[in-house]
Design a protein around this ligand. Structure first.
Ligand code: PGA
Length: 253
């Protein structure tokens, strides 16, 4: 067992209005209030952050954004800065999710800038990486993920890498019900840790929390968490219901 405190983060994507977010969190709170050995994070849409912040006040649940812009402020219609997330009550932010990369043109370079902006504001980035099905079938998984990790973390210093977490999310497993096998996840997680070790030293690598994401459910979380290099999960669909997200947070039983 590692000393790394697990993180269970809910990525709500474009689901839950403010009132729906508050209702879900009211339902979730008592189901997980006894859990202190797992960091619990929910990432609602921007417009639901205020309602969510109020609903989690005084609880063991932390708030995260799903994206940010790297500039502090400016003429960037439709964008939100790290400072805005901070003031809205966020302590975390998802960066470079595959849906952002595939649908909204994010690149390794913008992901890197966004990570820096989050760190400057004291937010904990959840830096996402993961291969497509075609890349996996072409045996390019480790090369693709390696490039993404290099792009996201390569130019950071050790202290900065200590202040973030990585999420490995194979694109073919997101929202498809096709979870990676624990062995498939472990292989990539171990490769990421080894790469971070080369980039930033073994102490940083050993402390880095690497989350798995992609069809995580109550019935597969335990086997995933049994893997040596798996330190939590980034949960989409199953985080939208209190019962299933609570069961994932309480994976130890
Ligand atoms: P999923 O989504 O759990 O619905 O597969 C995970 C994610 O996209 O972060």
């Amino acid at each position: 067992m590692s000393n790394r405190k697990p993180v269970m983060a809910g990525n709500w994507k474009m689901f839950k209005t403010g009132s729906e977010a508050a209702a879900l969190l009211r339902d979730l709170r008592p189901k997980i209030s006894m859990i202190h050995d797992v960091e619990i994070v929910v990432c609602p849409p921007f417009t639901s952050l205020a309602a969510a912040a109020q609903a989690i006040s005084g609880s063991n649940i932390a708030l995260g954004g799903q994206n940010l812009h790297w500039e502090v402020s400016g003429a960037f219609t439709g964008e939100v800065s790290a400072q805005m997330l901070d003031e809205a009550g966020c302590r975390w932010v998802i960066i470079g999710h595959s849906e952002r990369r595939q649908l909204f043109g994010e690149t390794d370079e913008t992901v890197h800038k966004k990570i820096l902006a989050a760190l400057r504001q004291g937010l904990t980035p959840i830096a996402c990486c993961g291969e497509t099905l075609a890349e996996r079938e072409a045996n390019r998984t480790l090369e693709v993920v390696g490039r993404q990790i290099q792009g996201a973390l390569g130019a950071l210093n050790a202290g900065q890498v200590k202040s973030l977490v990585v999420a490995y999310e194979p694109v073919w497993a997101i929202g498809t019900g096709k979870v990676a096998t624990p062995a498939q996840a472990q292989e990539v997680h171990a490769a990421i840790r080894a790469q971070v070790g080369k980039l930033h030293g073994s102490e940083v690598a050993e402390g880095l929390r690497i989350l798995y994401g992609g069809s995580v459910k109550p019935d597969n979380i335990k086997d995933l968490m049994a893997q040596a290099d798996l330190d939590g999960a980034l949960v989409g669909g199953a985080s939208l219901q209190a019962e299933s997200f609570a069961a994932i947070v309480r994976y130890r039983g």
